[in-house]
Design a protein around this ligand. Structure first.
Ligand code: AMP
Ligand code: MG
Length: 409
């Protein structure tokens, strides 16, 4: 027979820490490698499957950094004769002789033997005679071949997420199509008998399904191909049927609700029966009941139902996991230290992600304040937050003026 002490010991079995959960997910996830070729614009926000090397030098030709006059410095004298114009896109084809210069515009190719451009503000024009100020500097304002990029240089590394600047850089090198990792197929579902969809009249005890709207926004990413799977009732057979079928169609399933151990919570049981549970409880608040595992080759995240727990666990647990799956290089989010300007209540035992508003005051110091009530159903204090205040397991509250760790939302 168990004595009271051993019962307590079982009850108090430590929950998986947030860091351990993140590590277990990291270890379980195998990033996608299948790739596809897409036109450059469609690569925005996608992950490159291989490095891209420069097919040409940039600039491809020596050109002017200024509107002005170009000449060969060895032929320079205080007055030069203007013998033509080099326009951007329409170069001057001749060769400059002694005492000659050409009118030139920014981006226009320099005549072969020219090596200097003097800006137009530093000359006096008398017909074709161009007089230079006494102290003009020679061999300036020329953009040399390859000074930006050399042919064969790596323009973008493999697994880089393509940014707006990457698009510009690749376009400047004439790269028309690129190879990117294929998109991650994600299906997301709400579960619960109480949920009704927008546009339906609320009857007593029903609520609008908000989690699918939050997830819709959270899942906007060019690397994801997302399907809204709708609402599934708290019916074990129905949940099993829908989810096990979904597991054959998606790379990732995300559900909300039913992840706990109430009479109407079936998610963990179904994951256990149809796949494998890696873990299903984390020492995180909000969001303790969170099931992670696999159904066949499909990764499964069973998030809690409470709307604040959904957005928080998505940010802290799911988002880094999805990023790893896409093959992207994932950098750890920045952690800042800020002075807390409101008292924070906390009980021990779970790492809390309280919603805060972070600002930098004139002295440069970061200050953070709680956005208000911290219940896991209170979305109205999340939508005014710009950060999570991370309170570690052992913390038992924060007084005004104490330092806390924050991560940006
Ligand atoms: P559960 O995890 O299913 O026990 O749900 C916990 C709480 O979250 C309950 O108050 C549910 O009504 C609420 N909830 C579950 N799913 C949703 C949803 N999709 N939208 C809004 N609230 C939800
Ligand atoms: Mg429920």
């Amino acid at each position: 027979m168990m004595n009271l002490e051993s019962c307590v010991a079982i009850e108090k079995k430590p929950l998986l820490s947030v860091e351990d959960a993140q590590q277990r997910i990291h270890a379980a996830i195998v990033p996608l490698i299948e790739s596809e070729i897409v036109p450059l614009k469609q690569a925005f926000g996608r992950v490159l499957s291989q490095p891209i090397f420069a097919p040409m030098d940039l600039p491809t030709a020596r050109n002017s950094a200024m509107d002005g006059y170009a000449f060969a410095s060895e032929n320079f004298s205080a007055t030069l004769t203007n013998v033509g114009t080099s326009w951007a896109g329409k170069p001057f084809d001749g060769v400059l002789n002694s005492s000659e210069c050409v009118r030139i515009f920014t981006g226009a190719v320099l005549p072969d033997n020219a090596d200097s451009v003097v800006m137009q503000e530093l000359v006096t024009v008398n017909g074709t005679q161009i007089e230079f100020l006494a102290d003009v500097k020679l061999q300036k304002n020329v953009r040399e071949i390859g000074e930006d990029v050399r042919v064969g240089d790596e323009l973008c590394s493999a697994n880089k997420t393509v940014t707006a600047v990457d698009l510009g850089l690749l376009a400047s090198a004439g790269v028309k199509n690129v190879s990117v990792i294929r998109r991650l197929k994600i299906g997301y579902f709400s579960t619960g008998d109480e949920l009704v969809s927008l546009g339906t009249r609320l009857t007593h005890g029903k609520i609008y399904d908000s989690n699918r709207y939050s997830l819709y926004g959270l899942l906007q990413n060019p690397c994801y191909q997302v399907i809204d799977g709708g609402v599934i009732a708290d019916n074990k057979a129905e949940l099993r049927r829908v989810l096990s079928h979904a597991a054959t169609e998606f790379d990732v399933i995300i559900t909300t609700g039913g992840a706990s151990v109430g009479e109407a919570d079936f998610i963990k049981e179904i994951l256990d029966e149809c796949g494998e549970v890696n873990f299903w409880k984390i020492a995180i608040k909000p969001g303790k009941p969170l099931a992670f595992g696999k159904m066949g080759v499909c990764y499964f995240f069973g998030l809690p139902g409470n709307p604040v727990a959904v957005t928080t666990t998505f940010d802290i647990i799911v988002k880094p996991a999805l990023a790893r799956l896409t093959g992207a290089i994932v950098n750890k989010p920045w952690q800042l230290t800020a002075v807390c300007t409101t008292p924070l209540k906390k009980s021990r035992g779970r790492q809390e992600y309280q919603r805060g508003f972070l600002q930098q005051i004139d002295s440069g110091e970061f200050q953070v304040a709680s956005t208000g009530l911290q219940g896991s159903h209170i979305l109205s204090t999340v939508n005014i937050a710009n950060c999570y205040i991370v309170l570690p397991l052992e913390c038992s509250g924060v007084k005004i003026g104490e330092s806390v760790i924050v991560v940006l939302i």
